[in-house]
Design a protein around this ligand. Structure first.
Ligand code: C2E
Ligand code: MG
Ligand code: MG
Ligand code: MG
Length: 284
């Protein structure tokens, strides 16, 4: 059909504009199909109280179950989704799925915890984003305080528009976190004025906290700064008990990382929640 050909030509043309290589185009078409054919799934990584091991939150992390290639990591396809705009429908799917899942867990009677969803800048700045979030809250009936959005420091680049969107989100009652904190460009004065609830210290800082004095000093500084600005502070990428001890000694009480749990399938996460499981806290 001429109409279809027109559409394909258009797609090809826009891909050329984006400078996408043919491998990328293949991946893009695959990703489009993945969305239509339910090849995306969410995994869930617990966020824990470092003192008690109690699960106090969970982060939703998307995976692509490719029919031939197996599981593809978001590190591979999220950048492409951002580049092509596919992040908008993809991110919407993630948001709907995560909120609905959290509601299901609450209805099963597990202790209510917030679910964190990663939001790309492009998604955040898309015109309908606020309406999408409102609709998800209505559809799922998840109380907004159990929905947390993780954004990166790159949102600071378009500060005025971003500030407005973040204010609108806060009015809905959801919470906001800065992900990968310390790796991007954050203006401290801007940070203070944005309605942020939480910062997540990036794994790269946590990696060497025990063995490199400089890294330790850096993390301590981030923790203190975060608390001084009234943010909750959470450490990402914790892989051993020494890191837990360091973080606790320096006032960071919440963390996430392989030391406690890798991202889990829905079933495995549900198993932990149903048993009210504590994850290797320092007291154990
Ligand atoms: P992120 O949001 O900073 O998520 C943390 C990443 O670190 C996850 O990788 C997680 O599996 C991994 N991780 C957690 N603890 C440890 C640890 O102790 N050691 C190590 N080595 N890694 C750890 P994942 O799931 O591959 O996700 C990578 C990134 O992809 C995420 O980084 C996030 O930026 C992005 N992403 C994932 N899902 C989504 C999504 O639904 N939407 C958007 N926009 N981005 C997403
Ligand atoms: Mg994240
Ligand atoms: Mg992160
Ligand atoms: Mg990251």
């Amino acid at each position: 059909l001429a109409k279809d050909r027109g559409k394909n030509n258009y797609q090809f043309y826009t891909n050329q504009l984006h400078g996408l290589s043919s491998r990328k185009m293949e991946l893009e078409n695959g990703l489009r199909k993945a969305l239509e054919q339910n090849q995306l799934i969410l995994h869930y990584q617990p966020q824990v109280n470092l003192n008690t091991g109690e699960i106090i939150g969970v982060e939703a992390l998307v995976r692509w179950m490719h029919p031939e290639k197996g599981i593809i990591s978001p590190a591979e396809f999220i950048p492409l989704a951002e580049e092509t705009g596919l992040i908008v429908p993809l991110g919407k799917w993630v948001l709907e799925k995560a909120a609905a899942q959290n509601k299901v867990w609450q209805e099963k009677g597990y202790s209510p915890i917030p679910i964190s969803v990663n939001i790309s800048v492009r998604q955040l700045q898309e015109d309908r984003f606020i309406d999408t979030v409102k609709q998800v809250l209505i559809d799922t009936q998840l109380p907004p305080k159990y929905l947390d959005f993780e954004i990166t420091e790159s949102v600071m680049q378009n500060s005025e528009k971003t500030a407005m969107i973040l204010d609108q989100l806060k009015e809905l009652g959801v919470t906001l976190a800065i992900d990968d904190f310390g790796t991007g460009y954050s203006s401290l004065s801007l940070l203070k004025h944005l309605p942020i609830d939480k910062i997540k210290i990036d794994k790269s800082f946590v990696d060497d906290i025990v063995h490199h004095a400089n890294q330790g000093a850096m993390v301590k500084t981030i923790i203190d700064m975060g608390h001084n600005l009234q943010f909750n502070v959470i450490a990402e990428g914790i892989e051993d008990q020494e890191q837990v001890t360091f973080l606790l000694e320096n006032g960071c009480l919440v963390g996430q990382g392989y030391h406690f749990s890798r991202p889990l399938s829905m079933e495995a996460m549900e198993e932990l929640l149903s048993k009210n499981k504590k994850l290797k806290g320092i007291l154990q």
